[in-house]
Write a new protein. Structure first.
Length: 334
């Protein structure tokens, strides 16, 4: 059994909980402050769950702590998409159950449980990830200047955050950029946007740049092409697109990559991400090779005279994996 820690003892290596809760998966870890240089967090135990496995976050955490003999842990941090209100409830469109940090803390009997935006957490880990652990997509191999790093990625929704250097204490600006309005940049995208507007009063970026967004694109294309959609999940669509088994699926994924390039370029210019761009999220690692062969880079650079500025920014793909829990733990410790 692990003795309940104090906040001061956490810095000295007492284990605590870090959770990364997305719309599809919940990743839970038992962590502690790292002792090695360049390794601020050590992961002692890690488990990934399907969010539909249990009826609440409390059930996941209780099962995880019991399985790892850590029932004495009473402090932790939860990284989740959404907007936190003053009463510690979270407005989120992607979780299958309501989330209240106060209720979760009280039901678990925790002395302390904090909430951090999921991509704010990912940004703390991804922005400083060694380049050898990433896939280079475009731009220089290393950043030419030390500046803000944009971290964004499509999963069940679209997350985006900005890591900002500030001496020894960098900080992260969390955003809800996925809920900004989607812009079209060619005739096909205009037609797709018009089709989506028949179903939604406000078409957001994440309504195309997410797992569900891939399905939205596929169904909208089916209407435009007068075709009958035969696939019903994002995974089916991405699989068929990559094997060449379905032309409509391939066109949907090509449209996805084009929209992604355009949006990443827009955000890079909006936030001044001269320190680099890290693409994360659950979707992109699954379509890595397709993305690298797609129009993503051409669309990313298609910003008129600002192309020269974007060419100076390294763009890299990172595996999500444990980034969320490591980043959340890093945020909590500091």
């Amino acid at each position: 059994m692990i003795d309940p820690p104090t906040m001061g003892s956490l810095v000295n290596g007492t284990p605590f909980l870090a959770a990364d809760v997305g719309g599809t998966h919940a990743r839970l870890a038992l962590v502690r402050a790292g002792a090695a240089a360049g390794r601020p967090v050590e992961v002692l135990a890690f488990q990934k769950y399907d969010c539909s496995d249990h009826a609440s976050l409390v059930d996941f955490i209780s099962e995880f702590l019991a399985a790892h003999g850590a029932s004495g842990v009473d402090r932790g941090v939860v990284a989740s998409a959404g907007y936190a209100l003053d009463d510690e409830t979270v407005i989120t469109t992607n979780l299958p159950w309501p989330l209240s940090i106060r209720e979760t803390r009280e039901r678990l009997g925790f002395a302390d449980l904090r909430l951090v935006n999921d991509f704010e957490a990912v940004a703390y880990a991804a922005a400083t990830l060694p380049t050898v652990e990433t896939t280079h997509i475009t731009g220089p191999y290393e950043a030419l200047v030390r500046g803000p790093v944009l971290v964004l990625g499509p999963g069940t929704g679209l997350g985006a955050a900005l890591w900002i250097p500030n001496g020894e204490r960098p900080f992260v600006l969390a955003t809800e950029a996925g809920h900004a309005a989607l812009a079209a940049n060619n005739e096909l995208e205009l037609a797709l946007l018009a089709q989506l507007l028949k179903q939604h009063r406000h078409v957001t970026i994440e309504q195309v740049l997410s797992g569900p967004g891939i399905l939205n694109l596929y169904n909208a294309l089916a209407v435009l092409r007068g075709a009958k959609p035969v696939l019903s999940t994002p995974n089916q669509i991405t699989a068929a697109a990559q094997t060449g088994d379905d032309a409509l699926a391939r066109e949907a994924l090509e449209a996805f990559c084009g929209f992604l390039g355009s949006v990443v370029g827009d955000m890079a210019l909006t936030y001044g991400a001269q320190g680099g761009i890290r693409l994360a999220g659950g979707v992109l690692p699954q379509i890595r090779d397709f993305l690298l062969r797609s129009d993503f880079v051409a669309r990313y650079l298609n910003k008129g005279p600002m192309c020269a500025a974007l060419e100076r920014i390294p763009v890299r793909l990172v595996e999500h994996g444990q980034l969320g829990v490591v980043g959340a733990a890093h945020w909590y410790l500091h």
